[in-house]
Design a protein around this ligand. Structure first.
Ligand SMILES: [Zn+2]
Length: 472
């Protein structure tokens, strides 16, 4: 592997000079009084920048280099960086990459992990999702989202889209509170029934806009009866400059609803890249051509699609048509929030379908989908998704010296085929350390689990009053 270009050596040397100058003029003591604001990750054996201009190969890989971050931003990547006032983290033998971007999830659904295990998506929606969703109170939703966010951090997710239906606002607020407390970067996808549409503006202004880690999207449906509401969401999305986020053709029977026609008639297709489509499995050739022309983006959730017997997305065709696709864990597979399993499933489903090992996505392509590709789908690629000076410090460090991962042969492939959440040793979001030496920071895990158990128990009993507490 190539080490580093002269361009980057020059930037590193210049940065080192500037940092030394800063230290010598006395401002380092100022920084010290506020605690360390710089972190120098030294001698990483591999940094996967996701930017081909910064290193070798399609993912811009660099060997034996340092990464320096200050507060929420990456300052420099290069050899021999000098920052006397930085906290130093030795990454020799480790792999650095951008935090994973989960473009589709429903975090409250961790409260019924393992539920409706013998149903397809329609049965799961009818028998589990709907009755449980209606039974949730504020305490339940807070407990479930809190649990899910910890699970996401554990697997190296740093940004998540949480699709929150039309929850009453008190539930939505409890949901957001748990997201905020997690330290994750998040996009809250939300809507209200027709009579509550006006409140969405204030909701965004009060609960989302003040938080630099939060984003907002509007949700809608793609059934014929949802068309009018979806058109309202499209109008509001134009006013608020946000995306519209819908589920599309997750089950084959949904073709009867002509959902692509609903998207066209409601004006959603005209949103172009501001339209995000979840699943998009049962597309015809004509649908793919139409979506490609529109510029809409897609969220692919392969583990969920397998678990719920939904089908296999036409990923190579979408790629051929230039449609941007990111990866989502989805709530249906909140049985496990494992980005590594999700990536290898995305690869494996297409290989098994096409009988071709070189089909899209390759190992490099799926790693890009899980990071920079996801950021592009959300329109956040100027901030996150790659490791480069000026980008937000969403960084994860993998330890490949584990029994499921070693020995080193081809680390890029091993991340996809061998990786497990336990291999994620450090997680930084916006420069803040959330996982250190394999442990979540500042979290009483037992309490979070106990609260989720209580919520699940309460809901099960409310749905089946004859059930004894805590018993199957
Ligand atoms: Zn979904």
């Amino acid at each position: 592997m190539r080490t580093i270009s002269m361009h980057w050596v020059w930037i590193a040397l210049l940065t080192g000079f500037l940092l030394s100058a800063t230290a010598s003029n006395g401002s380092s003591s100022e920084l010290a009084s506020d605690g360390p604001t710089k972190t120098l990750i030294q001698r990483a054996s591999l940094i996967i920048t996701m930017d081909p201009a910064l290193g070798t190969g399609p993912l811009g890989s660099l060997a034996d280099v340092d990464l320096l971050m200050e507060k929420d931003t990456i300052l420099a990547i290069g050899k021999g960086l000098i920052a006397p006032d930085a906290t130093v983290l030795n990454a020799n033998g480790k792999i650095l990459l951008p935090g994973f971007v989960d473009v589709h999830n429903h975090l409250y659904q961790s409260v019924f992990r393992g539920g409706c295990a013998h149903d397809d998506v329609l049965g799961w929606l009818q028998k589990c999702n709907l009755p449980i969703r209606l039974a949730l109170n504020e305490t339940d939703i807070y407990a479930a989202v809190r649990l899910s966010t910890l699970d996401l951090i554990t697997t190296g997710v740093t940004t998540v889209v949480d699709w929150a239906h039309m929850f009453p606002q008190n539930l939505a607020k409890a949901n957001i509170r748990a997201l905020e407390e997690s330290g994750l970067r998040f996009v809250f996808a939300y809507s209200q029934p027709k009579e509550g549409l006006d409140t969405l503006r204030a909701f965004k202004a009060e609960l989302i806009d003040p938080n630099p880690l939060a984003g907002f999207q509007l949700t809608g449906g793609t059934r014929k009866k949802s068309a009018e509401h979806l058109a309202d969401m499209v109008n509001l999305a134009h006013q608020l400059h946000v995306k519209v986020n819908v589920h599309l053709l997750e089950h084959i029977d949904q073709r009867q609803e002509d959902p692509v026609g609903v998207l066209a008639r409601s004006g959603a297709l005209a949103l172009g890249p501001n339209l995000l489509l979840n699943h998009a499995i049962h597309l015809t050739d004509e649908d793919i051509t139409l979506l490609a022309k529109s510029g809409a983006h897609i969220a692919h959730a392969p583990l969920s699609n397998m678990r719920l017997a939904s089908g296999i997305i036409r990923l190579p065709e979408l790629h051929k048509h230039g449609i941007k696709v990111g990866l989502g864990l989805d709530g249906g597979t909140n049985d496990t929030s494992d980005v590594f399993a999700n990536m290898r499933t995305a690869v494996g489903l297409q290989r098994a379908t096409t009988l071709h090992a070189g089909t899209f996505p390759t190992v490099s392509e799926v790693l890009r989908m899980a990071t920079l590709g996801g950021a592009e789908v959300l329109g956040l690629e100027h901030q996150i998704g790659s490791l480069a000076p000026g980008k937000k410090a969403d960084v994860i460090i993998l330890d490949p010296s584990a029994i499921n991962f070693a020995p080193q042969w081809d680390w890029l492939s091993q991340i996809v085929f061998n990786g497990q959440p336990a291999n994620v040793e450090y997680v930084f979001v916006n420069g803040r350390l959330l996982k250190e030496k394999g442990r979540l920071i500042g979290v009483a895990e037992k309490d979070v689990i106990a609260a989720a158990e209580q919520a699940a128990d309460r809901i099960r009993r409310s749905l089946d009053p004859g059930r004894k507490p805590g018993k199957e």
